[in-house]
Design a protein around this ligand. Structure first.
Ligand SMILES: [Zn+2]
Length: 169
């Protein structure tokens, strides 16, 4: 099932999400639906708050469906180390059509649980490191625009407000 993606402006995107406690069939179904929703939107990551669910759950696939081994499920993820810096254009399915150069660490290690509740740690560089940070931000109620320069952020917010007024958001 493809969920509608919640856009910037909704409260669920700016509140810390709740831990996953049940690793059951319902979670498996939700994860499958999140991958389906993410692929339909051509995203490399999707967090549960983006489909309106305040849960600490995210899916990532930096291959955008090309490589089954790139499919990652992160339940209750935390960043345990980061190093370096990269600055690349970043976007978000909850802020469609807005992109901005966003600083992130170059290398990030996360600890998370998989779909069965098994804990694991994983390191990523470049785009994967960026995706880890972006998705974990979502679970903490943060969006990438909080990492961009103030002028760029204000300009994006202003445009979103205009689109909201015009009923286009
Ligand atoms: Zn996002």
């Amino acid at each position: 099932m493809i969920y509608p993606i919640v856009k910037y402006g909704r409260e669920v995107l700016e509140k810390p999400a709740n831990p996953i406690v049940e690793f059951d069939g319902k979670l498996e179904k939700l994860v499958a639906d999140m991958f389906e929703t993410m692929y339909a939107a051509n995203g490399v990551g999707l967090a549960a708050p983006q489909i309106g669910l305040p849960l600490r759950l995210s899916v990532i696939d930096t291959s955008v469906g090309e490589d089954p081994k790139a499919r990652l499920v992160l339940a209750n993820p935390v960043i345990i180390s980061m190093e370096g810096e990269q600055v690349q254009e970043e976007g978000c399915l909850s802020l469609p059509d807005f992109r901005a150069k966003t600083p992130r660490p170059e290398r990030v290690t996360v600890r998370a649980q998989d779909i069965r509740g098994q804990e694991f740690t994983m390191s990523g560089e470049a785009l994967l490191a960026r995706a880890f940070c972006h998705e974990i931000d979502h679970l903490n109620g943060k969006l990438f625009i909080q990492h961009v320069g103030r002028l760029k952020r204000e300009s994006i917010k202003r445009k979103v407000r205009q689109m909201m007024k015009a009923g286009e958001w």
